[in-house]
Design a protein around this ligand. Structure first.
Ligand code: AMP
Ligand code: MG
Length: 490
């Protein structure tokens, strides 16, 4: 079954998922690609994962990253899962266009999955072709690496390549493959898959596997599955609060896109808000606004309730007691989230602590942004100049003047100008991987231009500062550039 001859490429795969029972996956090789070509290879990530950058950028490396050659110690497989998509139950999903090649232990001693996305059909492809085109691959690469740089937990991107094959969507497009790296690809939907089949034995194997790899300190704990639940809830609260902080709209918060390792996963129709609108939706298929900006914390709770359900068979105690403790945990989400949100947004306006006045002040600021159609990122960042009493104003309206007055009083009372500016600077990125830039980069790549891509890669490296001569990378879109609709990355 060995394919290819990538003897020069050496990766210390250490595959634990493929040792789980057959029910968890389907072992299958990636499809061959015609003429793979490297667009981006992530040098920092190679280093973190102990992978040789030079080897991977060689033609043999590119063959590996395109799935053309499969290493002897790799064990490619498509993971199975189920999930609620837009609230509707789908009993079977799974990696329909992705394959797990194996796992590596990184320099930080953490285990990471190495996956190809866009590598061809699997038994879980349903009607799909198992492929990806250049657009979604580039979007995922840029946005995920950006998220990592602004300290938001996320899957990573090791490489983006074009395959030389055509992919058919509404038109013919260049095929591409992303090499995705994650602490885990286990989702709420993976638990739901076994729960819905009343397969408690597999459910336990799954939970034990996850605990062993990700929360080894829970292994000996009493009621470890409840402890697992609490940890995942806390991780998801942290994650969604961080999304809200930077105006990120995930777009498809289905349970199959909700990672148990609490990393942002599946950059399909995602986008960052430009002009602030609390019920902003980008995704073309989210017609009801289920996954709009302000609804993300509610959906987090909904998804955690789905996860809780799957754990009932594993918990100890009477049915009543089990449901009761899970219910209590779910009910605590909204207050925990609120506190996290309040702390993160307090920092955005320059305050490291939560004072009584903060909440009203933050909400008033957001109302001003919304009613005056102002840019989310640049307005928060603009508070630096406001704190310095510069004449670069966020707004000239009376509402803003009055807000500024109250804000100034508070920051004077609780902190000092230098501290406030420092806090605003480190909590509001100057650079946001805006959707109109992503679109521009994709359009340029279609004609083999890399100008904006290269600029974006530089900006991503230092998101909290403005790079000289790159002014255009920091402004919101013009009316013509504005992207109104985004699409799932198929
Ligand atoms: P998503 O909402 O993008 O996470 O995808 C939902 C499901 O559709 C997953 O099971 C994917 O593997 C599958 N899927 C998405 N795009 C394709 C494709 N082009 N070919 C096969 N399966 C796909
Ligand atoms: Mg998905």
């Amino acid at each position: 079954k060995i394919r290819g001859n990538s003897m020069a490429i050496k990766i210390n795969f250490d595959n634990s998922f493929s040792n789980l029972p057959n029910k968890f996956y389907y072992k299958i090789f990636p499809e061959k690609t015609k003429s793979p070509n490297l667009i981006i290879l992530n040098q920092n990530l190679c280093n973190e994962l102990n992978l040789d950058y030079k080897d991977l950028s060689s033609s043999e490396g590119v063959n590996f990253l395109s799935g053309n050659s499969v290493l002897k110690n790799s064990n490619p497989l498509a993971m199975v899962y189920a999930g609620h998509q837009f609230g509707n139950w789908v009993p079977q999903l799974g990696d329909g266009r992705a394959l797990l090649l194996g796992e590596v232990i990184a320099k930080n001693n953490v285990r990471y999955d190495i996956q190809l996305k866009g590598s061809g059909r699997t038994p879980y492809s349903r009607g799909g072709d198992g492929k990806a085109w250049l657009g979604p691959v580039i979007r995922e690469y840029l946005v995920s690496e950006y998220m990592n740089k602004i300290n938001i937990p996320t899957t990573r991107s090791l490489s983006a390549i074009t395959t030389g094959d055509k992919v058919f969507r509404e038109t013919e497009l260049p095929g591409a493959i992303l090499c995705r790296v994650a602490k885990s690809h286990i989702r709420v939907g993976t638990f739901q898959y076994f729960y819905s089949r009343e397969d408690t034995k597999s459910l336990k194997i799954l939970a034990d596997y996850f605990i062993k790899n990700h929360f080894p300190n829970l292994e000996k704990k009493e009621n470890k599955y409840f402890e697992l639940f609490k940890n995942v809830v806390d991780g998801q609260i942290d994650l969604v609060a961080k999304w809200m902080k930077v105006g990120f709209i995930h777009g498809v918060m289905n349970t199959d896109n909700t990672s148990i390792s609490c990393e942002t996963i599946d950059y399909g129709p995602c986008a960052f808000i430009d002009n602030y609108k609390s019920d902003k939706v980008f995704s073309s298929i989210d017609s009801m606004g289920r996954y709009c900006y302000k609804n993300q914390p509610n959906i987090l709770m909904w998804n955690m309730a789905c996860f809780a359900t799957t754990l009932v068979p594993l918990l100890e105690g009477t049915e009543e007691k089990k449901v009761d403790i899970l219910q209590k945990e779910i009910s605590s989400i909204s207050e925990k989230y609120k506190n996290k949100w309040l702390l993160e947004f307090s920092k955005k306006i320059g305050l490291k602590k939560i004072y009584q006045e903060n909440e009203v002040l933050i909400n008033r600021f957001l109302e001003i942004l919304e009613s005056e159609n102002l840019d989310f990122t640049n307005s928060f960042r603009g508070l630096i100049k406001e704190a310095e009493n510069s004449n670069e104003l966020i707004s000239k309206t009376d509402a803003f003047k009055s807000w500024k007055n109250d804000w100034k009083k508070l920051i004077k009372n609780k902190s000092n100008q230098k501290e406030v500016c420092k806090t605003i600077t480190s909590n509001n990125p100057a650079f946001i991987m805006r959707n109109h830039l992503v679109e521009q980069i994709i359009q340029e790549l279609l004609t083999d231009k890399k100008d904006t891509l290269n600029k974006a890669l530089v900006c991503i490296e230092k998101p909290f500062e403005k790079i000289k001569h790159y002014e255009k990378m920091y402004v919101g879109p013009t009316k013509e550039q504005e992207v109104l609709r985004t699409f799932c990355g198929t």
